[in-house]
Write a protein that binds this ligand. Sequence first.
Ligand code: NDP
Length: 451
Amino acid sequence: MDQMTKKYVDGFMADLMGRNPGEKEFHQAVREVLESVAPYIMEHPYLLDQKILERIVEPERIIIFRVPWADDEGEIHVNRGYRVQCSSAIGPYKGGIRFHPSVNLSIMKFLAFEQTFKNSLTTLPMGAAKGGSDFNPKGKSDNEVMRFCQSFMTELHRHIGADTDVPAGDIGVGGREIGYMFGQYKRLRDEFTGVLTGKGLAWGGSPLRPEATGYGTCYFASAMLSTRGDSFSGKTVAISGSGNVAQFAAQKALQLGAKVVTMSDSNGYIYDPDGIDEEKLEYIMQLKNIFRGRIREYAEKYPSATYYPEERPWSVKCDIALPCATQNELDGNQARTLVANGCICVAEGANMPCTPEAIEVFQQAKLLYSPGKASNAGGVATSGLEMTQNSMRLKWTREEVDGHLKRIMTDIHEACVKYGTEKDGYVNYVKGANIAGFIKVAEAMMSQGLV
Ligand code: NDP
C-alpha cells in the first residue's frame, strides 16, 4: 500500500472509531474491507468525491427496541432487539437474525456491514441488514421461545416486508424460531408473504435452504482446491460448531469423500480419529436439533472419541479446516498450529471466525483461505432463491436449487480470482471478495444519486 493510500486508510479508521467508539467487531470488519478496497478507490477518485465508503459504513437505519416477555413461571424478562438496515443499494434489505447473549450493537453492525458485500457477491438483487437480540434460547421451553419470538416480531413487523427487508436465521435462530416469527407477522399484518426466509417446506420454504450455507462452504472450498488440482477426496477435515452450518458442512464433506474428525460447541470439542460418519452425524443432528443437548454427549456415546472441554479444535492435525461456529474463534497461534500441522485450506463457514492475525498467518503461508463473505454466501443466496420462488408462487426441486447454489458458488469463486489474484499467482480471496462485492454496490449507489 503506498503512502497516500495508507494515509487515507488511517484517517478513515480514526474517524470511524471516533464516531463509533467501543464497537471493536465493527472496526475489525471495516478495516478488513477498507484495506482491500482503498487502492481501488484511490484509482477511481470519483468514489472518493462521492464518499461512497463513508456512506456504506453509516447504516441507512438502525432500530433498537424493547422485547418484554414472560417465562413459564410468569416472571417477566426484558431483552433488547436490533435491526441494522445497512444498504438497500441493490435490493431489499436482507440478512439473518441472531439470538445469543453476546449480541450487541457492534456485532449487529459488523454483521450487517459484511452482509453488504456478501449479498452483492451472490449475483442476486439483495441489500443488506442484520438483526437479533441478547435473548438466550438455551434452556428455554418451546413456549418461552414462542412468546419471545412473538414479542420480538410485534415490534419488528413495522420495519420489514417482502419488498422492504427480509430476515432469515443465524445463531440461535433456526426453523422453530422462524416459524414462530412468521406466524406472528402473518397475524399482525394479515398477509402471507415471503417476509422471512428459512421457512418450513410446507409453508413457503425452499428445498435445501437448511443445507445451503454448509454445502456452499464445501462447494467454495472445492473450487479453491481445484485451482491446485486437488479435492476433498481422502482429506481429513476439522470443523468447529455443531449447529446448522457445521452440520451440513460435515455432511457435504463426507459426501465429497473426506473424513471429518472434529465438531464443537461453546463448551468444548470432540475429536473422533475414526471419523464422524453419516450415522454419527445423524446422532449429532438429533442431539443438537431435537434434544438440544451438548457435544460432550457424543464422546459418551462413541468411545472412539475424546471430549476436550473449554478448547477449540484447531490443534488437531487436518488438511482442511472449516470454522463454522462464531466470530474470532480462530486466533494467530491456532492458525500457526494449523499451518505447522500441514493444513492446506481454510474456508470460513461462520462470519469472521478468523482473527486478522490468523488471516495474515494463512496468507503468508500461501494457504487457500476464504473469508466468510465469499464461502458462506450460499446461505443467503439460497434465501434469495426462496424469495424468487415465493414471488413466483412456485417451488423448485432440490436438484434445481442445488444446481443454482453450485453455479452461484462457482461464480463467487471466479469473481474472487478475478479481483484477488496477485502478481505471484496467489489468490488473495479477501481482497477479491471485498473488491468484487464493493464495485457492484458502489456503482448502484452512483446511479441512484445522493440518497
Ligand atoms: P447455530 O446456532 O445453528 O450454531 C452455532 C454453533 O456455534 C453452535 O454449535 C454453538 O454452540 C457454536 N457457538 C456459538 N457461539 C459460540 C461461541 N461464542 N464460542 C464457541 N462456539 C459457539 O448457528 P449457525 O450454524 O446458523 O451459525 C454459525 C455461524 O455461521 C455464525 O457465524 C453465523 O453468522 C454464520 N452464518 C450462518 C448462516 C446460516 O444460514 N445459518 C449463513 C451465513 C453465515 P452452542 O450450541 O454451545 O451455542
